[in-house]
Ligand binder design. Structure first.
Ligand code: ZN
Length: 316
């Protein structure tokens, strides 16, 4: 049977100042801002989407920025690190680039035989760049970052959990994930085991519960092909006792949500229709896009949102 879930769709974090957030992900990391819209559940807050050229599922990191938001804390029940995939040959380039923009980093680490560096964005969001040569995706560059060094999309994500058995059962029995390997209390799962589908569970039995606010992840979305595969997963999850929401229309994909047993909010989002549904691919992310129901309130919504701009040229 074909897999209903094929990897990670997007990861969404809470952020602080919107302009600093845009500068970090587009300027320093070189992701493309593929959509500038609002949080559909809280229209006075932006929802930014950063990804590759088209916002391909598996590359899209999204944020809800609240200026002045208190910082959250990393802990159990949270997705603590979002890992992006970079080519092995770019590792030195990225270490130099992060230093150039005064981003404190870990020393180079090795995990499952691959080199990585760990750091945080301006709000304390945990990020890793994992160097590997198995990722065939193209990535995105504005030209400031040489294209051969560009981030290709997600590598995977780390869930920090007090216990793993129930989450492992969810992933492996109902979400098409397979256990791949274990190293130092880190349990790796994948659908195919490729960059873009990796979920690591780090067991932290004595850990403190994380506090969700700026600099922490709000949820992770897994990808499924279309609305019919989504309904199939929804049915399977509900039959097995998970409390899954109704299908919500997020304009660029359809979504269902449920909390996994370890406390992390999971979403399952469709690959269709994608980000070109309401603006040309050449101009993704340039204008504030609103869902139809919010369009009549555009003036009021825009008046409450701080202006943000792309400052790509200042991040050479
Ligand atoms: Zn989402």
């Amino acid at each position: 049977m074909k897999s209903l879930i094929t990897g990670i769709h997007h990861i969404t974090a809470i952020a602080g100042n919107p302009q600093r957030n845009v500068d970090f992900y587009t300027g320093i990391l070189g992701l493309r801002m593929v959509k500038k819209t609002i949080n559909f559940d809280a229209p006075d807050v932006y929802h930014f989407y950063f990804g590759d050229e088209f916002g391909t599922p598996g590359t899209v990191f999204t944020t809800f920025p609240f200026d002045g938001a208190r910082k959250g804390t990393k802990g159990t029940g949270e997705l603590t690190y979002t890992a992006f995939s970079i080519p092995t040959s770019s590792f030195g380039y990225w270490m130099d680039r992060l230093e150039k923009y005064n981003i404190p980093t870990s020393t180079p680490l090795t995990r499952f035989g691959e080199k990585l560096v760990r750091f945080e964005d301006h709000d304390g969001m945990g990020i890793e760049l994992i160097a590997n040569d198995k990722d065939k995706r193209k990535g995105w560059t504005y030209g400031n970052i040489p294209s051969e060094f560009a981030i290709k999309g997600f590598y995977g994500a780390t869930l920090n959990l007090k216990a793993k058995d129930l989450t492992e059962k969810l992933l492996t029995q109902f979400m098409d994930y397979k256990f791949l390997a274990e190293e130092d209390g880190r349990y790796r799962f994948g659908t195919k085991g490729e960059p873009g589908d990796i979920i690591d569970i780090v067991l932290d039995k004595a850990g403190r519960q994380g506090v969700q606010s700026a600099g922490t992840v709000h949820h992770i979305a897994f990808r499924t092909d279309n609305e019919s595969s989504q309904l199939e997963i929804q049915r399977i999850l509900i039959e097995n006792g998970y409390h899954v929401t109704e299908v919500k229309d997020r304009n660029y994909f359809k979504s269902i949500y449920f909390r996994e047993p370890g406390g992390v909010l999971f979403e399952i989002a469709t690959d269709e229709p994608g980000f070109a549904i309401d603006e040309d691919e050449a101009h993704l992310g340039e204008l504030l896009k609103l869902p139809n129901w919010a369009e009549q309130h555009r003036d009021k919504i825009e008046s409450k949102l701080a202006k943000v701009q792309l400052n790509i040229s200042t991040y050479a």
